[in-house]
Write a protein that binds this ligand. Structure first.
Ligand code: SF4
Length: 374
């Protein structure tokens, strides 16, 4: 389960304020410029804000000599009819990751979704990302750069980023150190100023990761992708389900709730004939009804044959509505996430897979999304 962490060329966003202070002092500049430099960089998502700072001669040139600024490069962009925008970003080592902006979040705000790894090793059978395998963890800076790319994209449509979810490519708990380091730069006022409560980290149920995130004591949200109320069904969908059982995961989520006071979100993607029966809804209700957890139900778009050769289908609308009614009848707070980006490669990993395969050149028109973004 241990993920390989490859350090690429340093981006400016790989540095904390303290790191940059040390660098500036070593170069003979005042360390006090560090926070203003980074804050301006985070505000605009690029270096345009530096023009308003009274910086000593030669400092910005030195920064450019030492670091990659304004990385990664955007190599593909898809915009759906509903405004959902998927960016494919090229990292310094040539690898690519997906970042998604959901523009219909609010009139003047967008929601963002970032990746934590290049590819994914989790092997969730319905997921497009896993089909290209796992390549490496992202650095904290590479995660921050996705946020900054979202900021720039949001500004282009006259909006601001309101929330950020770690639900893109990869399992965040297997790169938790870098994920939390990125959160510590994106959330606080000194740098990203997004706010702690605006950030959600999602997991397939890596219990030690949930514990470590609770121990980090950050005021961020946890989302658990459950997708089945029983271990047998879950293990067929998510290989990690064989390692961590439903009760064990929910017990860890309970402890997270108690420690942080933040209600945990349970994510459940409805798959026709797999996990969408009234009995499974009752089982799910029995698990989460006694907890203060919210259930987000997701519609699924088929992605062709899975790794195991299964052609998963989206649950029927009537079946989905019956499912949510059972949950609500048991007092569970549950709702469907708004379907987004259906006319583009909506599912995580799908645009990247398409580009790797050289199909459709990253243009519009993909119709085979998988689970809807939240
Ligand atoms: S659903 Fe998430 S954890 Fe599972 S394979 Fe896809 S990216 Fe990885």
């Amino acid at each position: 389960m241990e993920a390989v962490n490859v350090k690429t060329s340093k981006t400016l966003s790989d540095l904390s304020v303290a790191d940059l202070e040390t660098r500036l002092a070593a170069w003979g500049f005042k360390a006090s410029h560090a926070e203003a430099l980074l804050r301006a960089y985070y505000e605009t998502g690029d270096e345009t804000g530096w023009r308003d700072l009274l910086l000593p001669k030669g400092l910005t040139e030195r920064l450019h000599e030492e670091f990659l600024v304004n990385r990664p490069e955007q190599v593909a962009r898809q915009v759906a009819e509903d405004g959902t925008t998927k960016l494919l970003l090229k990292l310094a080592d040539g690898r690519t990751v997906e970042t998604v902006m959901m523009t219909d979040f609010r009139e003047d705000r967008v929601a963002g979704c970032v990746s934590s790894q290049v590819g994914c090793a989790m092997g969730c059978d319905f997921c497009a990302t896993t089909k290209t395998g796992f390549e490496r963890n992202l650095t904290a800076g590479e995660i921050v750069e996705q946020f900054l790319a979202l900021r720039r994209a949001a500004a282009e449509v006259g909006k601001r980023v309101q929330t950020l979810v770690f639900m893109g490519m990869g399992e965040p708990m297997l790169n938790l150190e870098n994920v939390l380091e990125a959160v510590r730069r994106i959330a606080p006022n000194e740098l990203g100023a997004l706010g702690w409560r605006q950030i959600t980290v999602s997991t397939v149920g890596i219990v030690p990761g949930i514990e470590a995130m609770a121990a980090a004591n950050l005021n961020i949200h946890l989302a658990v992708s459950l997708h089945a109320p029983d271990n047998a069904t879950r293990a067929k969908l998510l290989p990690m389900g064989k390692r961590f059982g439903v009760e064990e995961i929910l017990a860890a989520a309970d402890r997270y709730q108690v420690k942080t006071g933040r209600p945990v979100t349970i994510q459940y993607c409805l798959l026709k004939g797999v996990n969408d029966s009234p009995e499974q809804a009752r089982q799910l209700a029995a698990l989460v009804g006694v907890r203060r957890m919210h259930v987000n139900l997701l519609w699924y778009n088929p992605t062709g044959l899975s790794l195991k050769g299964v052609a998963y289908e989206r649950a029927d609308v009537e079946t989905g509505e019956a499912f949510v009614e059972v949950l609500r009848a048991h007092g569970v707070v549950a709702h469907f996430r708004r379907p987004r980006g259906r006319d583009i490669d909506a599912a995580c990993g799908q645009l990247r897979r398409r580009m790797i395969a050289g199909v459709n050149g990253g243009t519009l028109g993909g119709t085979d999304g998988s689970q809807e973004r939240s």
